[in-house]
Design a protein around this ligand. Structure first.
Ligand SMILES: *Cc1c(COP(=O)(O)O)cnc(C)c1O
Length: 456
């Protein structure tokens, strides 16, 4: 036994040393994928009858495997939606694992759920939803959108005339792919307002007016986007809220990426109307500096979510008992057993204060505006549209789609940067363009200039 303990202590120190080294490295090596056969050749068999030992396995991870990954928090990783978890949040993610708390029910998880709920209260306050609104942390935006849409569908199905109808949702083509995929999961049809720019009140009304009576009967929800993933565009939330109230439709706002910007005074007005939503998705693992994975779904009336999601079972009854009474996160989203994934956000908020969060989000917006100015002054590139939130779409004059691809791969291969192209819809055609998305407040003007120089 004695030997095992020493080994365990050594392993713990090794792991802590690695973790500390990694989170204090502001510019970690930008790794890239290798083929599976290549990785297997390098690491050999790792899962064997007797085990290969922690030291060896950890060595393989540090020397080979982690180098075949991209650190998404790298200051020159501006592809997709990057991440920049605070050091406090990462350290507390380790604490969350070490504490082995079941996050489903108050009976077992009270102290941890209390932490999550403190962080959730701040998120809810950013939305300005009315008193009584509340939410839970999920594995991400996809799970949050699914949980919200199931709640909406169940509310609609409460009316017996809808019991055998297939539901219908309206969103825009700027909506995230997860809306389309989750519509498939719950087997409802999706109609798209044909714009990648903001979904306006009139475009939505036109779409609804164009439905035949049976389609109109099947329509139960509108999904607006609070910051499109591609371009940071915020739909006309006030106008859409008005229509949803008039037409008695569930109003969901997917702010998985943009939700962090609710904390930023400079752009908060763009989200006006979000306080009239029935449900909202925000991903703290995108723009609120939490480690993966951490999403959130917020409901104007959480009882509606409970109606849709609370699980029943003979061995679960005890959790609903008076003695265990408290807030049960599992009642409000699709997952039962769950990690307390809001705890890292809570610790980081408690440590830094919310002003620091406002500052860090504003930093991303400032970087986007700065990139916009630099692009305007550079004759090789031009803006496709004004920067929105922390997204910048721009074209390299004279480039074809394959030039953007080659440029992306070259920068990645050289371990310099990961910036990927995207497509932007203009009229009926799609153009390949370059895209920056800023999250990491440590990205510098020099980083932006150097990336633009790589397009010369
Ligand atoms: C990223 C994103 C999602 C999906 O969130 P995951 O956390 O990746 O599941 C949904 N909607 C929007 C607008 C997003 O940006």
């Amino acid at each position: 036994m004695h030997n095992i303990d020493i080994e365990l202590v050594e392993m713990t120190l090794d792991v802590m040393k690695y973790a500390i080294g990694r989170i204090t490295a502001t510019s970690p090596e930008l790794g890239r994928p290798k083929k599976e056969e290549e990785l297997r050749k390098l690491v050999g068999e790792t899962v064997t009858d007797k085990g290969i030992g922690g030291e060896r396995a950890f060595e393989l991870f540090k020397d080979v495997l982690v180098k075949a990954t991209v650190p998404i928090d790298h200051p020159r990783h501006l592809a997709f939606v990057p991440a920049a978890p605070t050091r406090a949040a990462i350290m507390f993610d380790l604490v969350t694992s070490a504490s082995s708390i079941h996050g489903a029910y108050w009976m077992e998880g009270a102290g941890g759920i209390f932490c999550e709920n403190e962080a959730m209260k701040w998120l809810v306050s950013l939305t300005q939803l009315p008193e009584g609104a509340f939410g839970v942390f999920t594995s991400g935006g996809t799970a949050a959108n699914l949980s919200a849409l199931v709640t909406a569908r169940e509310q609609w199905r409460k009316h017996s005339e809808n019991l055998n109808e297939k539901g219908l949702i309206i969103t825009s083509i700027g909506a995230h792919s997860s809306i389309k995929t989750m519509a498939k999961v719950i087997d409802v049809d999706l109609l798209l307002v044909e714009t990648e720019d903001l979904m306006s009140k009139s475009a939505l009304q036109e779409k609804i007016d164009g439905l035949n009576p049976h389609q109109r009967k099947r329509l139960f929800a509108v999904v607006a986007t609070g910051g499109t993933t591609n371009a940071g565009i915020i739909d006309d939330l006030s106008g859409i809220a008005q229509i949803c109230e008039k037409e008695k439709l569930w109003f969901h706002v997917d702010a998985a990426y943009g939700g962090g910007a609710l904390a930023a005074d400079s752009v908060r007005h763009l989200f006006n109307g979000i306080e009239r939503a029935d449900s909202i998705t925000i991903d703290p693992h995108k723009w609120l500096f939490s480690p993966y994975d951490c999403g959130a779904v917020i409901y104007k009336n959480p009882e509606q979510a409970k109606d849709a999601h609370a699980q029943e079972g003979s061995y679960l009854d005890i959790f609903k008992d008076e003695g265990a009474q408290g807030f049960n996160p599992s009642d409000y989203q699709i997952q039962l057993t769950r990690r307390l994934r809001g705890m890292p956000l809570w610790f980081s908020l408690a440590m830094h204060g919310t002003d620091k969060y406002k500052w860090a989000v504003e930093q991303g917006i400032d970087l986007a505006n700065l990139a916009g100015r630099i692009i305007t002054e550079n004759s090789l590139v031009e803006l496709v549209r004004k920067p929105s939130l922390s997204c910048v779409l721009f074209r390299r004059i004279g480039w074809f789609p394959e030039d953007y691809r080659n440029w992306t791969y070259k920068n990645h291969r050289e371990g310099f940067a990961l910036v990927t192209p995207t497509k932007w819809k203009q009229g009926s055609s799609y153009e390949t363009v370059a895209r920056f998305c800023f999250i990491n407040p440590d990205t510098t003007e020099q980083d932006i200039r150097a990336i633009l120089e790589s397009m010369e």
